[in-house]
Design a binder for this molecule. Structure first.
Ligand SMILES: *[C@@H]1O[C@H](CO)[C@@H](O)[C@H](O)[C@H]1NC(C)=O
Ligand SMILES: *[C@@H]1O[C@H](CO)[C@@H](O)[C@H](O)[C@H]1NC(C)=O
Ligand SMILES: *[C@@H]1O[C@H](CO)[C@@H](O)[C@H](O)[C@H]1NC(C)=O
Ligand SMILES: *[C@@H]1O[C@H](CO)[C@@H](O)[C@H](O)[C@H]1NC(C)=O
Ligand SMILES: *[C@@H]1O[C@H](CO)[C@@H](O)[C@H](O)[C@H]1NC(C)=O
Ligand SMILES: *[C@@H]1O[C@H](CO)[C@@H](O)[C@H](O)[C@H]1NC(C)=O
Ligand SMILES: *[C@@H]1O[C@H](CO)[C@@H](O)[C@H](O)[C@H]1NC(C)=O
Ligand SMILES: *[C@@H]1O[C@H](CO)[C@@H](O)[C@H](O)[C@H]1NC(C)=O
Ligand SMILES: *[C@@H]1O[C@H](CO)[C@@H](O)[C@H](O)[C@H]1NC(C)=O
Ligand SMILES: *[C@@H]1O[C@H](CO)[C@@H](O)[C@H](O)[C@H]1NC(C)=O
Ligand SMILES: *[C@@H]1O[C@H](CO)[C@@H](O)[C@H](O)[C@H]1NC(C)=O
Length: 810
């Protein structure tokens, strides 16, 4: 560790409090733009869909710009910021890394230098602004310059934001359009809409408050209301509320108002404009007459409870009008609570690219979910409240295991929040956002999350009686059909839509259910998860769920042949016979809601049985065939299924751009050929994860993608629902990570300059012959993990292969 000698862009930060607490300003190594572009330069398509702006770890407010879509068929507005869109607003809430129809982009402001025709403040296309030059972003800070000459700088606290406008010598207006939100592409049935709201300008004209109500946005969420309180440091000369017809064509309600956007009607007598449910747009416009250049700063608080609460967040969290103060406090929070908890050498020998990948990845995995404790409008509870699990389908695979070791306090709180959702709403979520469960892409993966926490001993204030009961609801109660247009056959909101099949047949059938293969494979792991928790909470259930966890074997068709291998997961009818006509495991037909497999082809899903690799290896023909099959996954130009944005630019069957394959490169450990896991995972990491705008191979998915890289950097990979971590190969010669609140795990490596293949391993000083460790070995009390690395590919492991705790043969 060293004191900084070279000054990064935030020179001014260093002279303040940061040095006092965490010594090093790690935030300088965060590149907030990683994943902001896809493989096609200048476009977001196929990229990370990340949020760029001001945020706190798991904060409610994510303050950043919203932009227009250049081309709807490849638009990715999900994080608000896009490389090529024009700015429509700065808004207070965003998601990070999601796909599908955008959600949030709400509680906005927009600085304008003219509001005269052709500008119509009810039509963003008449006032949206291209940006000039490059945007600047660092932890807790964002800056952009609009074509109209207005510079925007911003930062965020947990429930509020601060925006500083530097206006040129022109007119000065700030538009607050309560009806602003991030739209979905035209015709997308899961788009978000505004349904009503209110805005009131206070007597001094310096402040305003109100609420907006929004519906939909990917998870088909019910209307939710966000209250706001905004204020300016400089009193406006004039401030007017306005209203105008809502012309957005909401599905099912097109009659609301037809045609082109019309012009606003300003309120003359009242300082309040109110609408809804389901009618006019409302907003306000603030004007300053000063002629010169000037700064105008605004603070905005948000709350799901009340405008008073929104106001209190400004008072408590952003007491200063100096943008710098909030930036500084953001940097301090990120350093203290996140970044400084991993330490690597930062001297002249450091590979700064790798340092940046490390700290940037840590940053991105803390943007979601949102800690809404104290902000739950739906029920009274002493339990914590969390939202924006978007989705567990993405983060169950390796992100929650990272939270477990790295953020145990937040993680315990998240799990209590998940269980409280079941307690008050009947089901655990798989996705949840805007206080609403949905969508469920595969299994009920909260089961995996809870089991992973349980087997690793997380107890605290979690009520595991209820936790297990919540899992059991998923396993036994068929959720009512939500008739979601994306899939009319069963619920997409929560639970297991194809549970009726699963209970009756032990697998999900092709003729009665969609996504029959991927749901069978996910339900199998979900039931294994139940058996893991049942072992401690309801031992009479353990055997039953373990048996059910072998369901995937029922759809293993030993006759299907592909690329020289036989035996694959395959569609099976409810009468028990396979559909052999024309089935090809290399394709999934769109890979979406109506396909056999979701966002991946059957070839890929035929590796995803983490609880019983032993049976899988047997079914594929034994270790040698299994190895050859795995090898083929990494062969370029093998994939024939276009996966859209979920695999853009990837030609191997192995698709690191999407979650189902996350564990696949590590599966060589199960045949004691760990060197191949190292080879494949490292090549994927180097090829697809870079410290550049297009440095992610697909959607960040709430940080899921970034966590995959983090584990690679540590040289470990967790097997979810079990307490096992596979050993891989660390990137740094020395790394300390704080685990289990205040313990240190030290990961050391020698020989990095010769290569990254493992020659030998020691765990807490002891020579280690297995290519895996258990949670208790290193993550409870901390410990020391030492790797001797080199250029030679050796089969160094002589101990037993990683366990298959769900092993059940045929
Ligand atoms: C942005 O605005 C410019 C100028 O008004 C226009 O030429 C361009 O097409 C717009 N781009 C997008 C993505 O809306
Ligand atoms: C929009 O993108 C699609 C897909 O890349 C492309 O086919 C189409 O030509 C684009 N449309 C325009 C107007 O550029
Ligand atoms: C902007 O205007 C377009 C065209 O009217 C509309 O589709 C979109 O929803 C509006 N809002 C934003 C934030 O882009
Ligand atoms: C406000 O006054 C203008 C003219 O003074 C009028 O055209 C407009 O309809 C009035 N608006 C409302 C909401 O009463
Ligand atoms: C932050 O503070 C520094 C030093 O006081 C100053 O140079 C800089 O302009 C400030 N930035 C903003 C955005 O106020
Ligand atoms: C890790 O911790 C050990 C023990 O405190 C210390 O000697 C070592 O320098 C640390 N390594 C790094 C990279 O900070
Ligand atoms: C740093 O590591 C990267 C791999 O992430 C490698 O490509 C690069 O060459 C290394 N840089 C230096 C200066 O060693
Ligand atoms: C767990 O919650 C249930 C009801 O929700 C309650 O009956 C039970 O006492 C709780 N257990 C503990 C240990 O608090
Ligand atoms: C099972 O059902 C499928 C589809 O309905 C049908 O084609 C097949 O012949 C049936 N098989 C048996 C053994 O009944
Ligand atoms: C069997 O699978 C093929 C290829 O996936 C499909 O086209 C066909 O409709 C299926 N047959 C039945 C009876 O569902
Ligand atoms: C994959 O296909 C592309 C385009 O057809 C070709 O340029 C490339 O050489 C191929 N790569 C391999 C490894 O076969």
């Amino acid at each position: 560790m060293r004191f900084l000698t070279s000054f990064p862009r935030n020179v001014w930060l260093l002279s303040f409090a940061i040095l006092a607490t965490s010594q090093v300003d790690y935030s300088q190594y965060v590149n907030p733009f990683i994943g902001s572009e896809g493989p096609f330069p200048g476009q977001g398509y196929g990229g990370g869909d990340i949020f760029v702006g001001g945020a706190r770890p798991f904060g409610v407010a994510k303050v950043g710009i919203d932009t227009t879509a250049a081309n709807w068929s490849i638009a990715m507005l999900n994080g608000g910021w896009t490389p090529d869109g024009n700015v429509t607003a700065i808004s207070m809430m965003h998601e990070s890394g999601t796909g599908g129809a955008p959600k949030y982009g709400i509680v906005p402001q927009m600085p304008l230098t003219s509001i005269a025709p052709p500008v119509n403040i009810l039509d963003n296309l008449t006032y949206s602004q291209p940006r000039v030059g490059q945007d600047t972003a660092s932890v807790g800070y964002f800056k952009t310059l609009l074509q109209n000459g207005v510079q925007i700088e911003l930062s965020a606290s947990r429930h509020a934001g601060i925006v500083q406008y530097s206006f040129p010598q022109r007119e000065k207006h700030v538009l607050v359009d309560v009806s602003h939100y991030l739209p979905g592409s035209p015709g997308d049935p899961n788009s978000q809409f505004y349904t009503g709201g209110e805005i009131q300008i206070h007597a001094s004209r310096r402040s305003y408050s109100g609420y907006g109500t929004y519906v939909g946005g990917w998870n088909n969420g019910a209307p939710f209301t966000v209250y706001f309180y905004g204020e300016f440091d400089t009193e406006p000369e004039t401030a007017r509320v306005f209203r105008g017809p809502n012309t957005d064509p909401m599905r099912g309600y097109q009659g609301l108002a037809n045609g082109e956007p019309s012009f606003p009607v300003y309120g003359n007598l009242s300082d309040t404009a109110t609408s809804g449910p389901m009618n006019d747009r409302v907003g306000a416009i603030f004007n300053w007459n000063s002629n010169g250049e000037s700064h105008i700063t605004s603070r905005v608080g948000i709350s799901f409870i009340s405008t008073e609460r929104a106001r209190s967040y400004i008072r408590d969290e952003i007491p200063s009008w100096q943008l710098n103060d909030t930036v500084e406090s953001a940097v301090k929070e990120w350093n203290d609570n996140v970044l400084s908890k991993i330490q690597v050498p930062l001297d002249d020998t450091a590979n700064l690219t790798n340092v940046r990948l490390l700290y940037s990845s840590l940053y991105f995995i803390h943007l979601m979910p949102s800690d809404r404790t104290g902000e739950n409008p739906l029920w009274e509870s002493d339990e914590p409240s969390w939202d924006d699990f978007y989705t567990l389908w993405d983060i169950f695979r390796c992100t929650v295991s990272f939270y477990h070791i790295f953020q145990p306090v937040y993680y315990e709180s998240m799990i209590r929040g998940l269980i409280d959702i079941w307690r008050h709403q009947g089901f655990l979520p798989d996705g949840r956002s805007g206080n609403w469960n949905g969508l469920v892409q595969g299994g009920s993966n909260a089961d995996n999350v809870l089991a992973d926490a349980y087997v690793k001993g997380l107890r605290g204030a979690i009520n595991w009686t209820d936790g297990y009961a919540a899992m059991k609801t998923n396993a036994e109660v068929v959720p009512y059909n939500t008739y979601d247009p994306t899939d009319f056959t069963a619920s997409t909101k929560e639970g297991r839509g194809a549970l009726a099949d699963w209970l009756e047949l032990g697998y999900v059938s092709q003729d009665r259910s969609t996504r029959c293969i991927s749901r069978t494979i996910e339900y199998s792991l979900n039931d294994f998860a139940l058996s893991q928790v049942a072992a401690g909470e309801m031992s009479s259930d353990q055997e039953k769920y373990l048996r059910r966890s072998a369901g995937w074997q029922a759809i293993w068709n030993p006759e299907v042949e592909s690329l020289g291998f036989t035996g694959f997961l395959a569609p099976k009818f409810s009468n028990g016979s396979f559909n052999n006509s024309g089935y090809d495991p290399l394709v999934c037909y769109e890979c979406e809601w109506h396909a056999y497999t979701y966002e991946g082809v059957p070839w890929e899903y035929s590796f995803v049985t983490p609880h019983d690799m032993q049976t899988l290896i047997d079914l594929t023909g034994g270790p040698d065939t299994f190895e050859a099959r795995l090898d083929l996954m990494f062969k370029p130009n093998t994939s024939i299924q276009p996966l859209g944005p979920n695999g853009a630019g990837i030609s191997t069957l192995m698709n690191i751009g999407n979650e189902p394959d996350f564990a696949t490169p590590y599966l060589y450990n199960y045949i004691n050929k760990q060197y191949k896991s190292v080879l494949q995972s490292r090549q994927l990491a180097y090829q697809y994860f870079r410290n550049t705008n297009n440095g992610l191979p697909g959607n960040s998915d709430a940080g899921a993608m970034n966590t995959w890289l983090l584990w690679s950097i540590l040289g470990l990979y967790p097997i979810v629902t079990t307490d096992v971590y596979l050993l891989c190969s660390p990137w740094f010669p020395d790394l300390n990570i704080t685990v289990n609140r205040d313990k240190t795990l030290r990961i050391r490596a020698t020989g990095l300059e010769e290569g990254y293949f493992v020659q030998s391993v020691r765990v807490n000083g002891e020579v280690w012959e297995r290519n895996w460790v258990e949670h208790g070995d290193l993550m409870v009390e901390g410990g020391v993990l030492e790797f001797e690395l080199g250029g030679e590919m050796v089969e160094w492991e002589t101990g037993s292969e990683p366990p298959s705790p769900g092993h059940l043969s045929g």
